[in-house]
Design a protein around this ligand. Structure first.
Ligand code: C2E
Ligand code: MG
Ligand code: MG
Ligand code: MG
Length: 294
């Protein structure tokens, strides 16, 4: 009996494995040509200055609207795109699209000319010997000044070929592009990355921001990350800010910028005009005035 239970368990396990393989093959198959079919979209999440509530920039977050109409999150398809190498094409498209949206918003007066655009990049892109020229080209065709572009990287970028990554990042940095370390504090080598790579910004992971108002450990961790960032002269952005309490705590601790559902969800590009209007009112009214008083 025990044996047949065991056999059943194995069978179930196999089925779910097959399921995963099938899902993955489906994603991989459908990803081919997705850019050409214009199925990729960028949403943009505002990043605000904590002391004024003003929008200083956006983070571009990719969405995939498949031909059957379903929208797939990057957490699901980016890993597949990374494994297959398709991330290089997708990443180049995202860079170019994000910068041309920014160009358009600046030209149309939707955002001030100092507004920045943050684009997430995968380790595989950074390991691509053409990456620096892809970045240079995207900046030149969109006529966006290099210092308005932020590239967001996680620490996995250095796992494969740290020297190649370091050289590429130095070349990109030399153009004036700024570099951010994403999901800071969640990996094992956050500190050595700060030592070895030319980083200008730390993004404090949502996991720490979540508990900041109630949990003393989370608060201590965030306090320490902020002190570290300040002592290295880095810009500090808190991600995943969902409550006024979290925003107040971050402000009290000296964090520069915030991003999260409290301020705005990621929005599709055509909604940026109305989002900026709503956010301008927000900074005039309650939210940021309230944190100043507190
Ligand atoms: P990330 O760069 O750390 O992006 C932050 C994620 O947190 C986004 O998820 C965003 O929608 C979500 N988020 C923002 N504010 C809040 C909040 O207040 N609460 C909660 N619960 N979540 C919040 P998203 O858009 O699903 O992206 C997931 C990840 O996919 C990103 O993490 C990034 O690593 C990757 N990604 C997204 N777009 C791209 C891209 O164009 N290229 C590459 N290589 N990776 C991308
Ligand atoms: Mg990011
Ligand atoms: Mg992040
Ligand atoms: Mg992340």
């Amino acid at each position: 009996r025990a044996k047949s239970d065991g056999a059943n368990r194995v069978a179930v396990f196999d089925e779910s494995m097959q399921d995963n393989v099938a899902k993955r093959m489906d994603i991989e198959h459908a990803l081919h040509g997705a850019i050409g079919r214009q199925e990729m979209r960028l949403y943009h999440q505002p990043i605000v200055d904590i002391s004024t509530g003003r929008v200083t920039g956006f983070e571009a977050l990719i969405r995939w609207q498949r031909s059957d109409g379903t929208i797939m999150s990057p957490a699901t398809f980016i890993p597949v795109a990374e494994d297959t190498g398709m991330i290089c094409e997708i990443g180049a498209w995202a860079l170019r699209d994000a910068l041309s949206e920014l160009r358009g918003w600046i030209d149309d007066g939707v955002v001030p000319p100092s507004t920045t655009m943050s684009v997430n990049v995968s380790p595989r892109q950074i390991a691509d010997p053409n990456f620096a020229s892809i970045v240079r080209h995207a900046l030149s065709v969109t006529a966006v000044p290099a210092h308005l572009l932020w590239l967001e990287m996680t620490e996995s970028m250095m796992l494969d070929e740290p020297e190649l990554a370091e050289n590429t990042l130095r070349e990109i940095r030399a153009m004036g592009v700024q570099l951010a370390l994403d999901d800071f504090g969640t990996g094992f080598s956050s500190l050595s990355l700060l030592q070895n790579f030319p980083i200008q910004r730390i993004k404090i992971d949502r996991a720490f921001v979540q508990g900041i108002a109630e949990n003393t450990n989370d608060r201590s961790l965030v306090r320490t990350i902020i002190a570290l960032g300040q002592s290295m002269g880095l810009d500090l952005v808190a991600e995943g800010v969902e409550t006024v309490h979290q925003l107040q705590s971050l402000r009290d601790l000296g964090c520069n910028k915030a991003q999260g559902f409290l301020i705005s969800h990621p929005v599709p590009a055509p909604a940026m005009g109305s989002t900026m209007t709503a956010l301008a009112e927000l900074s005039e009214l309650s939210l940021f005035r309230a944190t100043t008083a507190g």
